[in-house]
Write a protein that binds this ligand. Structure first.
Ligand code: DC
Length: 220
């Protein structure tokens, strides 16, 4: 049995940072499922694949859609590798997040991505970060964490993250976009963002990453 720790929650709750810290500490594999959805959105855009012609492009998609992650170094986002290229900065933009959020609500997209996500379950273990890791994709995982934080704190974190990438964003529009995306992710019909019944809830608003990892370790 391959151990899996699922980390779900809204954007900016700290999932990426915590998943990275745990993966580095335990030396486990990492799945950033949000980045997987973002990469699919990017691939579809680059190859003019849309929801209408998705089925007829299944073969190209199955053949070419192979993503890998490198936990990288603390303080920097988990690296997204696609077709031998580091596409981290291409997919981690607000524009791509918006496009991804719309696509991720579509059952055909979620069904396509399902097996890709399960392929990441390899020894010695997996840290899976996303929205439906504990509820749908790895519903039998032994350890499930749901991270949350106030929307103001999450917007602040996102702003810092984007600044580090050299992107300047307006706080008010960031807040609005975050709330909009939260609503979409939580209210969609397929795999909405909700805490798994057997998950441990951690509010990270007033905790630093080390504090969150300590709480998780106590739980583990
Ligand atoms: O975590 P993120 O911001 O990179 O996610 C991008 C989008 O993908 C976000 O709108 C939610 C969606 N997503 C999802 O629907 N299911 C997942 N398991 C992960 C992300």
């Amino acid at each position: 049995m391959i151990p899996v720790i699922t980390i779900d929650g809204p954007s900016g709750a700290g999932k990426g940072t915590i998943a990275q810290m745990l993966a580095l500490e335990l030396n486990w594999n990492i799945l950033d499922s949000g980045a997987l959805y973002r990469t699919l959105a990017y691939f579809m855009k680059e190859n003019t694949i849309n929801l209408e012609n998705f089925e007829e492009n299944q073969n190209i998609l199955k053949e070419r859609f192979k993503v890998s992650f490198d936990p990288g170094i603390p303080g920097e986002p988990v690296k997204v590798m696609f077709e031998n290229e580091d596409i981290t900065s291409i997919v981690r933009t607000e524009e791509m997040a918006k496009l991804t959020s719309t696509l991720a609500a579509e059952p055909v997209i979620r069904e396509f991505i399902k097996p890709c996500q399960r392929d990441f379950m390899k020894l010695p273990g997996l840290i899976a970060d996303g929205r439906d890791m504990g509820t749908v994709i790895f519903s039998d995982a032994k350890y499930k964490i749901y991270l949350t934080a106030s929307v103001e704190e999450r917007a602040k974190r996102r702003q810092t993250q984007l600044k580090r990438q050299g992107l300047e964003v307006n706080m008010r529009s960031l807040l609005r976009e975050l709330e909009d995306r939260d609503r979409k992710d939580m209210e969609r019909e397929h795999s909405p963002l909700i805490p798994a019944e057997d998950s441990v809830l951690i509010d990270t608003s007033n905790l630093n990453p080390k504090g969150v990892v300590e709480e998780i370790k106590t739980y583990l």
